[in-house]
Design a protein around this ligand. Structure first.
Ligand code: NIG
Ligand code: FE
Length: 415
């Protein structure tokens, strides 16, 4: 990729600037918000000056943003590279069939695997590009995207190559690709579970690492999914190849997934509807972030994770969409934020930090993204709203009117 042309430095002024900068956070204002404030974006597309509007440097052209500005939102858990449709099983589920029974009957993840098998790499990249563009319109500037619907080596490589293709576009958000190596057994491997795990760990994973197609590795650790031992094999090998783990744990049952994340120094333990006090303590002691996915538990009619225990233990709370065609049929991180407040009891500030600074940290991007602070990438979103609480109150509404990544426009509309 060639380096983009330098930008003309530009100042931006906002009625309210939610910086999410740890250096500005106080007990009363964890988001470090500034009223009548602004920032300068330098020629490299990074925030330079950030502070009171009155202190903006003169002589730099200034854009007035009438309303609220936040850091670009960061969606730290998505399956956005899915194709096809799972409407049939949704109807079955609403008629009373259970998610796991549907999976056993060849629906669920395996249905999305069949759709990947029928799509070309270009077709998957097209669907993903369109989906990412819709996410950008909601204020998202960074998105983690997992594979995991390929299931076979050929199809996992197809999905990850499609993710790389979509990520290379100038108009895409920043993409963090994750190899979800143990998601479900493909039908052809049901008779040879051990052989399947061996091939994923010993053959496919090294190839993906060598081709630079993933930055993280993931496994679905649960009853009726993969065991902690199987996930350990994948994560340990991945660590030797430079890929840290972020794992699906405790969505349906507590099989020790949180403790496992702690043992593996995973960057995130996601779901956690089922986690006990020992798991919570282990996450806190190891400094592993909790990835909260309220759209999934809402869809499945589950009780929330033990948010108060996680909070008390000092576990970093991240909020993500889990965008997928089965358990979280949405593309909207703002919807996840709204549900995190309404269903999980997060404060609006906790929810927003979970989709900005804390999300950046759990994706290994803390030095580059997640706040409006000098030196970080100028990723930001503007809304005609009076306050950040008005961002997490509504659901199903597109609120962002201007979205920039590294100082360049990704999306803009009048109002
Ligand atoms: O995060 N739990 C496993 N994986 C996804 C669901 C995938 C699907 O149903 O397609 C999740 O909920
Ligand atoms: Fe997921």
């Amino acid at each position: 990729m060639t380096a983009p042309a330098p930008l003309e430095p530009r100042a931006y002024r906002a009625r309210r600037l939610v910086t999410c900068d740890a250096a500005r956070a106080t007990a009363d204002d964890p988001l470090g918000a500034l009223d009548d404030a602004g920032f300068v974006v330098d020629e490299r597309g990074r925030f330079a000056f950030v502070g009171a509007a009155a202190d903006l440097p003169r002589g730099v052209p200034c854009t007035e943003l009438d309303g609220l500005v936040t850091p670009g939102l960061i969606d730290a858990h998505t399956h956005a590279a899915w194709v096809g449709s799972r409407h049939v099983e949704y109807a079955l589920r609403m008629a009373g069939a259970d998610y796991r029974a549907i999976a056993d009957a060849g629906g669920g993840i395996v249905a999305s695997h069949r759709a990947v098998a029928e799509a070309t790499e270009a077709a998957i990249a097209d669907v993903l590009t369109a989906r990412l563009a819709r996410m950008v319109r909601l204020g998202v500037t960074t998105c983690e995207v997992k594979s995991g619907y390929g299931l076979t080596p050929e199809l996992e490589l197809r999905q990850l190559s499609a993710i790389a293709q979509a990520a290379a576009r100038d108009d895409a958000p920043t993409i963090v690709p994750t190899f979800l190596g143990l998601h479900a057994l493909p039908p052809a491997a049901r008779a040879d579970r051990a052989g399947y795990v061996d091939r994923v760990v010993d053959v496919l994973l090294p190839e993906i690492a060598a081709r630079g197609l993933a930055r993280y590795v993931d496994a679905y650790v649960d009853a009726n999914a993969f065991t902690p031992d199987e996930a350990t094999r994948l994560a340990r090998r991945a660590a030797t190849l430079g890929l840290p783990a972020r794992l699906h744990v405790g969505q349906f049952a507590d099989v020790g997934g949180a403790e496992l994340c702690a043992e593996l120094s995973a960057h995130a333990a996601d779901h956690l509807e089922h986690v006990g006090p020992r798991g919570v303590d282990a996450l806190a002691a190891a400094g592993v972030a909790a990835g909260l996915l309220p759209v999934a538990s809402f869809t499945l009619g589950q009780a929330p994770p033990p948010v108060e225990a996680l909070r008390r233990a000092g576990v970093a709370l991240v909020v993500a969409s889990d965008a997928n065609p089965g358990t979280a049929p949405t593309e909207s991180l703002p919807l996840a934020l709204a549900l995190a407040v309404r269903l999980y009891g997060l404060t609006p500030a906790e929810a927003l930090l979970g989709a900005t600074r804390r999300a950046a940290a759990c994706l290994g991007l803390g030095a580059r993204k997640g706040a409006i602070a000098a030196g970080l990438d100028a990723d930001f979103a503007h809304y005609h709203l009076p306050h950040e609480i008005a961002l997490v109150q509504p659901w199903g509404t597109e609120l962002a009117t201007y979205v920039a990544r590294k100082g360049r426009t990704l999306y803009s509309r009048a109002r």
